[in-house]
Design a protein around this ligand. Structure first.
Ligand SMILES: Nc1nc2c(ncn2[C@@H]2O[C@H](COP(=O)(O)OP(=O)(O)O)[C@@H](O)[C@H]2O)c(=O)[nH]1
Ligand SMILES: [Mg+2]
Length: 237
């Protein structure tokens, strides 16, 4: 796997305190990884802060988007950049330390026998150290709801910590319509629909280190509705 060109996309919105130590940890892994930060012009200047810190470092590419803010837009933008730059493997993870870089090697290795490798909070060997019980319950409910309606058949269908062989993203990118965090599930839906294989890999899910979650209650409600629309073939973003 050492010879493969890997990129890790980090969508960021107000992650100033997390971004530098996180990227440094990723760059220290014994893998050929380039980090792609997609910042939505964070009010705390996460993007500019990272730009300044990693100035001249070719392994860190930073994009500060000024239009159409949202996790979904940022994700699609990151995929597009990574595909254009011809990485063999494209990964993504949250930039708040809830996803630890220590699992990246395991996820990348899992891609030898699968098209997609996804970090799961619900396998033996997995653990969730999240302190927010309500969010934990929501994740559990979403797991059953999504698997039932979309037949994604994963232990963790809302995991945003995953790696793709690049041909998978090239194939599904034109289908994606999400503007917000629903993109996490939408991606799995099209991966399955197109017949690609997904291997889940046990991870520990940590509480975010600094800052606050951007997920709003209203986004969760929209999520439920969007799963239905996707199932009916009526989801247009
Ligand atoms: N670029 C971008 N990143 C976002 C946006 N919303 C959230 N993120 C990032 O997406 C990741 C997950 O968001 P987070 O707020 O931790 O959601 P949670 O883990 O579901 O509570 C983090 O790295 C956030 O900084 C957004 O609108 N634009
Ligand atoms: Mg988070």
């Amino acid at each position: 796997m050492k010879s493969k060109k890997i990129s890790v996309i980090l969508p960021t919105y107000n992650e100033k305190e997390n971004i530098v130590p996180l990227v440094r940890e990723i760059l220290n892994l014994p893998l050929d990884i380039t980090v792609i930060i997609v910042d939505d012009d964070s009010p705390d200047f996460t993007g500019y802060y990272a730009q300044n810190y990693f100035k001249g470092n070719e392994r860190v590419k930073i994009f500060i988007r000024k239009e159409k803010r949202g996790r979904g837009y940022a994700g699609r933008f990151g995929y597009e950049i990574a595909l254009k730059e011809q990485f063999d493997i494209i990964g993504e993870m949250d930039a708040d330390f809830s996803h630890s870089p220590t699992f990246i090697s395991g996820l990348v290795n899992s891609l030898e026998g699968a098209d997609v490798a996804s970090g799961s909070r619900f396998l033996s060997g997995s653990k969730s150290l999240r302190q927010n019980i309500v969010r934990e319950m929501i994740t559990l409910c979403a797991r059953f709801y999504v698997n039932l309606l979309l037949r994604i058949n994963l232990t963790d269908p809302t995991s945003g910590f995953r790696f793709f062989n690049s041909y998978v993203l090239r194939s599904i990118l034109p289908e994606l319509r999400s503007t917000d965090p629903f993109i996490v599930t939408e991606v799995f839906y099209y991966v399955r629909k197109k017949g690609f294989s997904i291997k889940e890999y046990p991870i520990v899910f940590y509480e975010r280190k600094h800052g606050k979650s951007k997920l709003k209650f209203f986004t969760l409600i929209k999520y439920l509705y969007r799963v239905l629309l996707l199932r009916m073939g009526l989801f247009y973003g």
